[in-house]
Design a protein around this ligand. Structure first.
Ligand SMILES: *Cc1c(COP(=O)(O)O)cnc(C)c1O
Length: 747
């Protein structure tokens, strides 16, 4: 979520009033804003997407809840010490959290372990251990429409009931100490992005949020006031008309067997009725095709932790395989491929398969990604149920990612086309008529220049400077300085560049940590080389997070979106840069493809293999050495890294990275190298012509309309949830109060 204060003021149109009020008591609003901790309750794009969606759902007048876990410790704080990443616990609740309200009245029990008993009247899950789920609500205000939704985060709480007669004093003390064990469920976020680690505590977290959330949904469904109260209490066939559950990746996939358990075991519906309700209620968004990210939980772990759910998954699978067998008689390999249970070695449950079977809609997050799903990982499922497969290209909220983080640019745009684009970003296309407007070109360039000159506190690794010093490049330059050339006399026409790279390595991901160390090592050499001087700076951004992204993205001229085609599902960082007036150098991957379509392919720097080329290369066989041997500059760079040029005290430090690049590089980065360097030459050439550069920037901003999360959410609403978004405003609650004294006192 990042911070909440400024977002609340922007959405409620309170920013000027609050600034003024603070000023009058001798305080500074920005100083207050800087005291707020980021809520870092996710690992990256997946979590930030959900946060943008919450803003859009409230802004489009939709009654929506965001459910999650109130982690006591969010994503770790990253420190850089002697060039290495060091992790620090994110104690974000240390000084309290003014935005949340505990709702103990909605506390719910969540069960684990135990065993199942099969009786004539149904199945009972008994001898379980109970953990309480205590909800904390955070308001989610819509943009100036007087709607407020709720983000409800669950915190684990140990129940208080002890069997007192069994306790002596030691037993009592131990029982109280053991409360920690239960409460550990919401203690800390697993810091893996796009990587599956089959830990029991993580599975507990996933079931915990799902079970508490479904109980909350069903409680609300039962007391809701539609139709007859009696019918509402019992008629679950209406559930899909009133509730849509969107599964954000497979992490909440247990919602499917849990909903079945509630409907069949507790509410006593028939399996067929329950299944129909479940499928019509649930929908699944896939966020990656990388095999190491796909959740495949060991059956043994399930049998121990959630025995009833394992039985239900087996029954779902039995019926699923029956359908396949009827449709494709004799195709045994297809049965094996499509099973929810992977046999051979340790038996595992494929959670993506469970999600597809248990949902009425399955979507990818950019067109190319949705196409890849249908053609590769989910091909068999697409052949069987093509109607389920959709695309919903990701988006970002223009409130946080333009109005809030770049008010100068928002103002320059509003001066030309009014303020309505903040609600309807497609209106940015009107800016195309200003591409030759000298005053507009000047204003857009000026905004970027002012940001570069402003003093911001980004405190990157070893550099404590204003952006003026960091972005000392506001004049044209010639080339991207290929690192191998740095020992030579640099070309006098080079344009200075500051290259910034940020990101957190999962603490157990050795290669990622070594890559961070390589970046800081290159910075140490490049930034202190007297010949290079101010022509190139390499900065590792310490502790990249939402608040740092808000500061650094508006300052950037060039956004590098250089994933090997077919590996990045969408990307949303690409959209943030585009909206903030950076040009993109990128591959035809993820949402880059649609960005090129919207802005015009000539207005992006597109390079590298297309998905087809990558497939062809895979068939032919990728050999890094071929590129290394044929590209002298690449060879020199790799030799320098391998030979200790950037780590003179430990010449072997980066040998393993080079070994990986030369022999085990799944991403085949050398195959894109030559085209990348050529494309960077084009970047340099264009940057020498500020007017032409800024014209392309304007085409890009004008092409950003599609990438509002309002558009994404309107599509989810209409094409999956069966709800209509609205830009209507609710009446301002203050308008009906007449001579409200409290109101008068504050106005
Ligand atoms: C937008 C955002 C991301 C996702 O960026 P991608 O470039 O799409 O991976 C990750 N982290 C933060 C802090 C963000 O703001």
């Amino acid at each position: 979520m990042g911070r909440t204060l400024q977002n609340t003021m922007v959405n409620l149109a309170l920013e000027n009033a609050c600034d003024e009020a603070m000023y009058q008591i001798g305080l500074d609003m920005e100083e207050l804003e800087d005291m707020e901790e980021d809520a870092g309750l996710g690992n990256g794009g997946l979590g930030r997407l959900a946060a943008c969606f919450l803003d859009s759902m409230a802004s489009l007048g939709m009654a929506a809840y965001g459910y999650g876990i109130r982690y006591e410790f969010g994503i770790f704080n990253q420190k850089i010490a002697s060039g290495w990443q060091v992790e620090e616990a994110d104690d974000w609740l240390r000084y309290g959290n003014p935005w949340e309200k505990a709702r103990p009245e909605y506390m719910r029990p969540v069960h684990f372990y135990g065993k199942t008993e099969h009786h004539p009247d149904g199945v009972k899950w008994v001898d379980t251990q109970v953990v309480l789920a205590l909800p904390y609500d955070t308001p989610v205000p819509g943009y100036r429409n007087n709607y407020v939704n709720t983000m409800r985060l669950w915190s684990a709480k140990a129940p208080c009931e002890f069997n007192l007669k069994d306790f002596n004093i030691g037993g009592y003390i131990q029982a109280v100490l053991d409360r920690n064990l239960a409460e550990n469920i919401s203690r800390v976020l697993y810091p893996n992005d796009n990587f599956f680690e089959g830990k029991e505590l993580r599975l507990k977290q996933e079931y915990f949020v799902v079970s508490a959330t479904l109980q909350d949904i069903i409680r609300r469904f039962k007391v809701s006031k539609f139709g007859s109260r009696e019918i509402a209490r019992t008629d679950f066939s209406k559930l899909p008309d009133k509730v849509a559950i969107q599964l954000n990746d497979t992490h909440p996939s247990m919602a499917i067997p849990e909903l079945m358990r509630v409907l069949v075991d507790i509410e006593k519906l028939s399996w067929d009725n329950a299944w129909d309700i479940c499928v019509r209620t649930c929908a699944y968004t896939n966020h990656t095709v990388l095999p190491e990210a796909l959740e495949r939980w060991p059956v043994d772990l399930f049998a121990h932790l959630l025995p009833r759910h394992l039985e239900i998954i087996y029954e779902i699978n039995r019926r699923h395989l029956e359908v396949i067998a009827a449709k494709f008689p004799g195709d045994h390999d297809r049965l094996r491929r499509m099973s929810l249970i992977e046999e051979g070695g340790q038996k595992r449950i494929n959670m993506a398969h469970l999600c597809i079977v248990g949902s009425h809609a399955v979507n990818g997050v950019a067109q190319i990604h949705s196409d890849i799903l249908k053609a590769t990982v989910f091909k068999d499922f697409y052949e069987m149920e093509p109607h389920k497969f959709q695309n919903k290209t990701n988006g970002i909220t223009p409130r946080r990612w333009l109005v809030m983080c770049n008010p100068g640019l928002a103002e320059v745009i509003a001066e030309r086309i009014g303020e309505d684009f903040i609600r309807d970003l497609s209106q940015l296309k009107v800016l195309r008529k200003y591409v030759n407007d000298e005053a507009f070109i000047r204003d857009v360039a000026k905004v970027k220049q002012l940001i570069c000159q402003s003093e911001i506190n980004i405190l990157p690794y070893k550099v404590h400077a204003t952006t003026q010093q960091l972005f000392s490049n506001c004049q044209p330059l010639k080339v991207f300085v290929p690192v191998p050339s740095i020992s030579k006399e640099p070309n006098k026409h080079w344009t200075p560049r500051t290259v910034m790279i940020g990101g957190k390595a999962a603490p157990g991901y050795h290669t990622a940590k070594m890559i961070i160390r390589l970046i800081t090592a290159i910075g140490d050499v490049v930034n202190n080389d007297p010949v290079i001087g101010d022509r190139l700076k390499v900065i590792f951004l310490e502790n990249y997070r939402v608040t740092l992204a808000e500061k650094v993205i508006p300052a950037a001229d060039l956004s590098e979106q250089i994933s090997t085609a077919g590996t990045e599902a969408s990307g949303t960082g690409n959209m943030k840069f585009m909206l903030n007036g950076a040009l993109t150098i990128g591959t035809m991957d993820g949402a880059n493809v649609e960005m090129a379509e919207e802005a015009g392919e000539d207005n992006l720097f597109i390079f590298g293999m297309r998905v087809d080329d990558v497939e062809a290369l895979d068939k032919k066989g990728y050999h890094a050495a071929e590129y290394y041997n044929h590209l002298p500059e690449l060879k020199q760079a790799i030799d320098q890294i391998a030979g200790g040029f950037f780590s003179p005290k430990q010449p072997d430090l980066f040998k393993e990275i080079v070994n990986m690049l030369m022999h085990h590089d799944r991403f085949k980065v050398f195959a894109d190298y030559e085209d990348y360097i050529k494309c960077q030459e084009k970047v340099n050439d264009l940057y020498k012509n500020p007017r032409e550069w800024t014209k392309k920037v304007i085409y890009n901003i004008a092409g950003c309309g599609k990438f509002s999360s309002d558009r994404t959410i309107a599509q989810y609403a209409r094409e999956i949830w069966g709800v209509e978004p609205t830009l209507e405003k609710l009446p301002n609650p203050d308008d009906n109060r007449g001579n409200n004294t409290a109101h008068q006192r504050f106005s």
